[in-house]
Design a protein around this ligand. Sequence first.
Ligand SMILES: Cc1cc2nc3c(=O)[nH]c(=O)nc-3n(C[C@H](O)[C@H](O)[C@H](O)COP(=O)(O)OP(=O)(O)OC[C@H]3O[C@@H](n4cnc5c(N)ncnc54)[C@H](O)[C@@H]3O)c2cc1C
Length: 430
Amino acid sequence: MNYDVIVVGGGPVGCAVARDIAKAGYRVLVLEEHQEIGAPVQCAGLISKRALKISRVPSTVVLNQLNGMVVYGPWKSNLELEGRKVYALAIDRLAFDCSLAEQAKEAGAEIRCGRRAVKFAYVPEGILVEAKNRAGESIFFSGRLLIGADGHNSVVAHWLGIPRPQEKVSLYAAEVWWPEQNGRLAHIFLDRDLAPGWFGWIFPAGHNRARVGIGRSPLVAEGREASRRLLFNQLKDKYPLLFREMKVLQNTSGTIPIGFLRQTYAAHVMLIGDAAAHLKPVSGGGLYFGLRAGELCADTAIRALQAQNFTPDFLKIYQKKWEAAMGQEISCGLKLRELFLKMKNEEIEFLLGFFNKPLWRKLILKYGDLDYHSRLAARLATALPWARLPVRLAGRYSIKQETSDRLPGLSVRLSGEDSGNMVNVLQPDR
Ligand SMILES: Cc1cc2nc3c(=O)[nH]c(=O)nc-3n(C[C@H](O)[C@H](O)[C@H](O)COP(=O)(O)OP(=O)(O)OC[C@H]3O[C@@H](n4cnc5c(N)ncnc54)[C@H](O)[C@@H]3O)c2cc1C
């Protein structure tokens, strides 16, 4: 075998896992299809302090700190939430990715850019990977372990026939010039016609810049035919004052995979990051969960290499570990998302109006957490505005509050007409 571990994908999660395994003294190769690490950037670059900490990337990548947000309802309701603490950091995503790649190299990992993994085969004691360079020439590498960190369209997952996430949200995003608006508040736009099944955003990134974008879900019929760019233009037209002086510097598109993968391992293989749908279903943020799963994947890989055991039975420890660390949060996010996908504009408008009171704003600011949405959801569910929803949701969702003997903290259950509409909101472990 040429390598102990081959990581397909030199994104942030692939580089972080390569760093951790190489640090333990193993021979690690990262294959990245692009010519450069981190480019093109397909991210709004908003992360928590917690995510920055576990990445071990220096804080010089932080461009702005956000203290809250304004949520714009479809019609008149706005919910302005401004606190004292820092809820989110706007980072330089290119510098973030490059720093992780540097860390991986310093730990001894080899990173080969411009190498696209195209085929895989089991060979005695490991896996053979065929990669192509830009000229289309094939190069072969072999390793005992293969880690698929190759994003939402993972070739490793396709090769193994692992079922893919149920939902793939399409996004339009851009880095823009945004003078005079260097605020510390994110702007979130909710409107089922404008951003069907998702939301629009402006995240001020400091230095007269911002990240903007909009998404739509294939699970919502409204706007399915409209292009993402058209939706973004409609968003600009709806809020002319906010977008007045904005100039697009660089635009991109992207995909957010949403779901819960029950199997992210096979003999000699593990999947991580977007390839394993390690994202928050409510916001689409994937850096924190990806990096967290990366730590657990590296730990399992090192144990497997020590034990020379790469069987599915051994590698399933990884699945168990990441499910214990974040499975509950992903499940809760999926249930909240299910609710959101069913909401009509009048229901969104009603909820924003309901929570736009000093007491609720205070509660949201206190429990709001970029990574653990269930913390806030648990508190808001106890507010029972749901029972007063005037339209479709009323009667369809009732809320029961329960305390759990099994787990510490509050457990809230939003129960719908069938058991498929249950949400268990539990206090997370971190
Ligand atoms: C528009 C947009 C905005 C976002 N905003 C945020 C945000 O604000 N905060 C946040 O936390 N998350 C955000 N995300 C999600 C976040 O970008 C991802 O969760 C994160 O990049 C996942 O990292 P990863 O390393 O798993 O995958 P990726 O970053 O997708 O990296 C995968 C890498 O694998 C490479 N690759 C793919 N196939 C192959 C192959 N066959 N051979 C070799 N290499 C291959 C790719 O080139 C890529 O470099 C956003 C996503 C999008 C699309």
